[in-house]
Every structure is written in C-alpha cells, then in structure tokens.
Ligand binder design. Structure first.
Ligand code: NAP
Length: 349
C-alpha cells in the first residue's frame, strides 16, 4: 500500500500525454492509475496503442493500463488533460461536474472568467478562483495552464514587471514542429521553410500573459494593463519555442539590472520545493549565440526558461531572446506542476 494520490492522464497517447505519462513514472506524490484516448484506442492496452515518440519504451506500469474513455468514473480525482481543445470542451465540464479536478493543457477554458490560468511561478495566488466554479453546479473544478509561448513569455516578464513595470511589448516567436501535436506539420511544408502563420496562436500570446500577470480582486481577475503585439512562426526545430522580445518598461532598467532580476527570481514552486519545479526558473546565459533550441530546451528537464542576448532596444527599452520547452515546461510539465501546486496548497483534500 502506498499513500500516493491516484491520477489519470486524458489524451495519454498524444505528444503531451506521453510526456505526462513519462513524468508520472516514479512521481513522489502521484500514481498513474488511468489513461484515456479516442475511440481508436479505448479498450486496448496503452503500450499497444501508443505510438511512443520519446526515447526508449513507455513505462512498464503505464503500458499495462487499458485505455479508457474520458468519462466520469475514472478511478482518479485528479486528471491531467492533454485533450484537443474541441474534445476538452465536451469532456472537461462533464468530469468537473462529476467531482474530478482537471489540470488542463487545452485552450478551451483558459480565458473563462472563473477558471484560473496558472503558471505557479507567476500567479499561484489566482488559485482561489476555482471556488467560483461551484456556481456552474460542478462538484470538481478546472485549472488550466497557458499556451506554450505564453508560458515562457509570462515567466520572463514577471521579474521585469515586478521590478520595473511592463508597459508594452513586441514578440516574434519561432515555434517547433511538435507544437502542432503528432504527426504535426508535413515534412514537405516545413523542411527548408518557415511558415509565418499558426492558426489562433497570436491572440493567445497577446491575451494569456495579461491574465497570468493580472490581479485577483475579490473573485475576478483584472488583466495586467500592458499591451502585447505578437507574430508567430513555425520553424523546423523539433522541440523548443524561441521568442524574440522587445519590451517597454515604466521605469527604465539597464540590461544588467534586468538580467539580475531574472536570475534572482524565484516563485511559489521553489518556495514549496514542488517535485517538478526548476530550482532556478529563469536561466540567464551570457554567450552571444544562446539560447538555442537544441542546446537549451532541456535545462532543468525542460522546466526552466533560458534567456539570453539581453540588451538595449533602440525602439523600446530592452530586448532579449527567451526559450522554453513547448511540450515539457510549456505543456506536460506545466500541467503536472499545477497538479503539485493544488496538492501542496490543500486543493485535493
Ligand atoms: P496530439 O498529439 O494530437 O494528441 C491528442 C490526444 O487526444 C491523443 O491522445 C488522442 O487519442 C486524444 N483524443 C483525440 N480525440 C479524442 C476523443 N474524442 N476522446 C478522447 N481522447 C481523444 O496533441 P498534443 O500536441 O499532445 O496536444 C494535446 C493538448 O495540449 C491540446 O489541447 C494542445 O493544444 C495542448 N498543448 C499542446 C502543446 C504542444 O506543444 N504540443 C503545448 C501546449 C498545449 P488517440 O491517440 O487515442 O486518438
């Protein structure tokens, strides 16, 4: 008998779901007891149905689980959702109504006024918003993590906003192929190419950081007042989204002051020593040619954001490059960290 909290992964055969399954192997607090998939997979062993895209084989204990439909009755109160948005729109409310707690990657409920959009290093204090979901008649609740560009962007902005105030920013993203799920973008479309459009991405990058850096007043999130302009591009790297950011501050800061604020920044996960937290959430590199996706995306197991090229901007105040692992810290790891935060803060009791 162990005292671990039983958990489920919804959409466990997908790219994000697989990383969640791998992260849950030997997790100190959670035990994976259920996996779900589409009709294609239901009723079959996970190890048979998953097209495992990570090195090695699926964890033995997960491979033996039978894939279940994403319906109430799963033997786990806490469910990590890696479902496509349209499926999440149907499935997540049904599960939450039945008393399950959802930590979701899907974009469906991120901007709902009663759903916290949590990046534990940035806005753990928004969690009490879940109590408002009782008004939907739900016995459980949904917590979401942000878009895989919005996460490294918000994390890099947080120490700047705290110390100097962010007024406006311009961000250009170069996003990895795995951001489109599996099989993602066709090789003939992306090899030797850059695609200057990712459907639905720019509005998410422009809105989600403002919610995360916003303030919980009574039971409403007041968005942070800064403005964001985003341009999103798909590039031919496998994993790791890179962002070129130019930011205007309310109080001027030198690149050295900005780097010190980022380097020293620690959030609630570090304070609580959550098992999946990066010891240092923002890693500042001084080399002229870093960060790079293939060299920096796995920093702290993909849970840290690497920042480099912090310098003065002739148009705004500062510019820098930030890199985050889109399917780890930007998705699977983000959902898991939210689950750990919920457990540590007593939301699963
Ligand atoms: P994916 O590789 O396409 O995987 C989708 C998963 O959903 C598969 O496990 C699939 O199961 C399952 N599924 C599809 N229809 C279903 C249904 N009707 N009922 C139950 N399960 C169903 O997608 P992904 O990249 O892992 O993304 C998952 C979610 O995370 C999406 O909401 C995405 O927007 C979000 N997200 C992704 C990233 C990223 O970088 N990839 C980053 C942040 C957030 P079968 O294999 O059994 O068909």
């Amino acid at each position: 008998m162990n005292n671990k909290i039983p958990v489920a992964v919804l959409g466990a055969t997908g790219l994000v779901g697989q990383r969640l399954v791998r992260r849950l192997e030997n997790h100190p607090w959670f035990e994976l007891v259920a996996v779900t998939g589409s009709e294609r997979s239901v009723g079959r062993p996970y190890g048979e149905m998953v097209n495992w895209r990570l090195p090695g084989d699926p964890p033995t204990s997960a491979a033996a689980l039978t894939v279940q439909p994403s319906k109430p009755g799963l033997d786990a109160r806490l469910c990590f959702s890696a479902l496509p948005g349209k499926v999440a729109a149907e499935v997540e409310p049904t599960l939450a109504a039945a008393g399950h707690v959802l930590s979701s990657n899907a974009s469906t409920f991120r901007m709902a006024p009663d759903v916290p959009l949590i990046l534990p290093e940035v806005n753990a204090e928004h969690l009490p918003l879940v109590h408002k979901q009782a008004q939907r008649g739900w016995k459980g609740f949904v917590v979401t993590n942000a878009n895989c560009v919005a996460i490294p962007l918000a994390l890099s902005l947080k120490p700047l906003d705290d110390a100097f105030g962010v007024e406006q920013l311009f961000v250009v993203s170069m996003q990895a192929i795995s951001g489109a799920g599996y099989p993602g973008v066709a090789a003939l479309d992306i090899v030797d190419n850059v695609i200057p459009y990712i459907g639905g991405e720019e509005p998410k990058i422009e809105s989600e950081p403002r919610k995360m850096l916003g303030t919980l007043v009574d039971d409403t999130i007041v968005d942070a007042p800064f403005r964001v302009s985003a341009q999103a591009n798909r590039v031919a790297s496998r994993d790791g989204h890179m962002l070129c950011v130019s930011v205007k501050l309310r109080r001027r800061a030198t690149p050295e002051e900005a780097m010190a604020a980022m380097h020293e920044y620690r959030g609630r996960p570090q304070l609580l020593s959550l098992p999946s937290a990066a010891p240092q959430p923002l890693v500042v590199r001084m080399e002229a040619d870093r960060p790079q996706p293939s060299r920096d995306r796995d920093t702290a197991g993909g849970m840290a954001v690497t920042v480099g090229r912090v310098r003065e901007c002739p148009l705004f105040d500062l510019k820098y490059v930030a890199l985050g692992h889109n399917t780890e810290g930007g998705a699977a790891g983000a959902a898991l960290l939210n689950g750990e935060l919920l457990a540590a803060e007593g939301y699963l009791d």
